[in-house]
Design a protein around this ligand. Structure first.
Ligand code: FMN
Length: 192
């Protein structure tokens, strides 16, 4: 597969500066009432052989209901070291324990295994967003790295539109990438 034309730029921004916070981005979705919803997520790398972004999420969280309602999202990602913003919009796809496709289940298992003990333990915590449970309910041991808990979901974003803004040049540079129906990318410099 040929990587998307924005991919090398994103890889470069991710690699520049040794800032662990560069893995945090904001992902917006749409609530069933039409209002926007937004939250910070950790970028968990690209799905093998693709430009799809991987995220870990609890399938009981509100974002999952929003994605079922409207499976489209936009990630907003700022890299302070290089002063670049990427906005990546496209279909969102959730891989859960009952997925019929073995390669998708393998990808879910791979992301689960790469989580820290502390991150894996969170998937045994009580229902996200519900009234606060007693502290004892949060004392679960970390899940088995070889077997994802049912509450663990692999969330995939398939970028169909990418808006790249560079603040370092003067004047700033902005480029819009749009994927056409044939899979080819239209690349267009636009005013910042
Ligand atoms: C730095 C940071 C990293 C986070 N990483 C994740 C993550 O990788 N996955 C996740 O589901 N929530 C993550 N969260 C929590 C989400 O921002 C959010 O609170 C949670 O997913 C519930 O969101 P929802 O109600 O919109 O589903 C992170 C929060 C912060 C502040």
């Amino acid at each position: 597969m040929t990587p998307a034309p924005w991919r090398t730029l994103l890889d470069r921004a991710l690699g520049a500066g040794a800032d662990p916070a560069a893995r945090f981005l904001q992902l917006a979705t749409v609530r069933p009432d039409g209002r926007p919803a937004n939250r910070t997520l950790v970028f968990r790398g690209f799905l093998l052989g693709s430009d799809w972004l991987r995220f870990a999420t609890d399938v009981r969280s509100a974002k999952v209901e929003q994605i079922a309602f409207r499976p489209w999202g936009e990630a907003c990602w700022y890299f302070a070291a290089t002063r670049e913003q990427f906005r990546l919009a496209g279909p969102l796809d959730l891989v859960t324990a009952d997925d019929p496709d073995q390669s998708r289940l393998d990808a879910r298992r791979e992301v689960w295994a790469a989580l820290s003990d502390a991150a894996r333990a969170q998937y045994a915590w009580p229902q996200p967003g519900a009234d606060r449970a007693p502290d004892a309910a949060f004392a679960a041991p970390p899940g088995d790295p070889g077997e994802p808990l049912p509450s663990f979901g692999l969330l995939l974003l398939d970028p169909a539109e990418v808006d790249h803004l560079e603040l370092a040049p003067d004047p700033h540079r902005r480029t819009r990438y749009r994927r056409g129906p044939d899979g080819d990318w239209d690349v267009r410099p636009v005013n910042p």
